[in-house]
Design a protein around this ligand. Structure first.
Ligand code: AMP
Length: 426
């Protein structure tokens, strides 16, 4: 019997992201940085730890997230929480740093991990990643449209073609109470036939009934009053402008009356993007207006709108679309033979890497056959061979691994040669 030590595994619902997949994560993030910058958003990085009260107020004390899913602990006498989402943090930072004094609208984006204690499954994790953007300081419906336009451009750039944009309006604190009353009344007649959760929600928070995923409840939900039919004139006008401008910009959307956010400070536009490539967890992006949130968090009255993309699901969809390939292909692998060639080989490798080429080398001495086998296995585009003969002549062998064509070149010409060839064959 060996008393082998049990290895420690990652925590349930969390996972390691490994190469070559991480290269896909980097490319997706690079595209987000590029496109959001083009729309003049600046990156914000907020702490992962926040006071629990921020989420109770900023996400809503009644939500599943706050009631069941947060990682909360006492740090001495302070209750702290690992952020389950970032909008509340962004608005907290907006208030804390008086960003409203800078004038104009503030356009911010973030990329990072979030934590929710949900039942793990494919596309649903306890540590997951979001890429999100927020605009603070404008009520203009054209801002809603621009936010959606930027999001769609980003998705298309990373190769997502198969998706649906769902849009709705949840009205505002003026028109929603009458709708909620109509919904409550309608629910009294039908709730007996619904799931136990809906029976409870019908009394505590009727809007959340519309979120119910239970199959048997769907036909009943279809027939409930729709908030879109209860908007006041300003909210109606806002929604109509969003709709007409989405059309004008060629952005295809589906009005989805069930798409609601069950909290008072969510207002007007809500949207979601789903993707058929994702299976059961098909929600890829959630977004909407939250004109009341800044005030709820003790800041000035400031309208806001934003979205959050589930990056883990985005990567699954990117992999399904297979437009971006993972990996960091090796431009060249340097083979050296005999101790005197090691130093010049290492010098060449450093120079090529400094030029931005991805280059491999092994420092253990080995036979050429084995070294070429490694170059093959690593799928290097070129093998650069330096033996004592090459050292004496001052010209190294550069072998194109696909064609086996071999060229003799002085070391200082190799970088340009490889780059040139790669550009041609790429
Ligand atoms: P939400 O903040 O709930 O509106 O979620 C925004 C997006 O984040 C969703 O559309 C999902 O793509 C993603 N998301 C939410 N929860 C999880 C989770 N537990 N695991 C993976 N992705 C998630």
């Amino acid at each position: 019997m060996s008393n082998r030590i049990e290895p420690i595994r990652s925590v349930k619902g969390t996972r390691d992201l490994l190469p070559p997949d991480t290269s896909l994560w980097q490319r997706v993030e690079a595209e987000a940085h590029r496109i959001f910058a083009a729309y003049h958003y600046g990156e914000i990085r907020t702490p992962i730890l926040e006071e629990t009260a921020l989420f109770a107020r900023g996400v809503g004390a009644e939500t599943d997230i706050v009631t069941k899913e947060m990682y909360t602990f006492l740090d001495h006498e302070d209750s702290l929480t690992l952020r389950p989402e970032a909008t509340a943090s962004v608005v907290r930072a907006y208030i804390e740093h008086s960003l409203y004094n800078l004038g104009g609208v503030q356009k911010l984006y973030y990329i990072g991990p979030m934590f929710r204690r949900e039942r793990p499954q494919k596309g649903r994790y306890r540590q997951f990643y979001q890429i999100g953007a927020e605009v603070l300081g404008s009520q203009n419906p054209l801002v809603d449209v621009e936010v959606i336009e930027m999001l769609v451009l980003f998705l298309e750039r990373v190769g997502i073609r198969e998706y649906q944009l769902l849009v709705n309006s949840v009205g505002c604190s003026t028109c929603r109470p009458a709708y909620l009353e109509a919904l409550r009344v309608a629910l009294q007649d039908v709730k007996g036939a619904m799931c136990v959760d809906c029976q409870r929600r019908a009394d505590t928070n009727p809007l959340r009934v519309l979120d119910c995923k239970v199959e048997a409840d769907q036909a009943i939900i279809e027939k409930l009053p729709k908030i879109i039919d209860h908007l006041d004139p300003e909210c109606r006008q806002h929604f109509d402008r969003v709709s007409s401008e989405l059309q004008a910009r060629g952005l295809v959307y589906h009005v989805t009356p069930r798409l609601v956010r069950g909290l008072d400070y969510y207002t007007r536009t809500t949207f979601e993007i789903t993707s058929g490539a994702l299976g059961a967890q098909n929600a890829l992006v959630g977004g909407g207006r939250y004109d009341g949130l800044s005030e709820m968090l003790g800041g000035p009255s400031t309208p806001g709108i934003g979205f959050s993309i589930g990056q883990d699901r985005l990567i699954l969809a990117v992999q399904a679309a297979a437009v971006l390939q993972p990996g960091n292909p090796l431009a060249a692998y340097v083979v050296w033979m005999g101790e005197p060639t090691l130093a010049p080989a290492a010098r060449l490798v450093r120079e090529l890497r400094a030029q931005g080429l991805t280059v491999g080398i092994d420092y253990d001495s080995m036979k050429i056959k084995k070294a070429m086998g490694i170059a093959n296995k690593l799928q290097a585009r070129f093998a650069i061979i330096i033996g004592e003969g090459e050292l004496a002549s001052g010209k190294y062998q550069v072998k194109n691994m696909a064609t086996s064509e071999q060229t003799e070149l002085a070391p200082e010409l190799i970088g340009e040669f490889v780059r040139d060839k790669l550009r041609i064959t790429n």
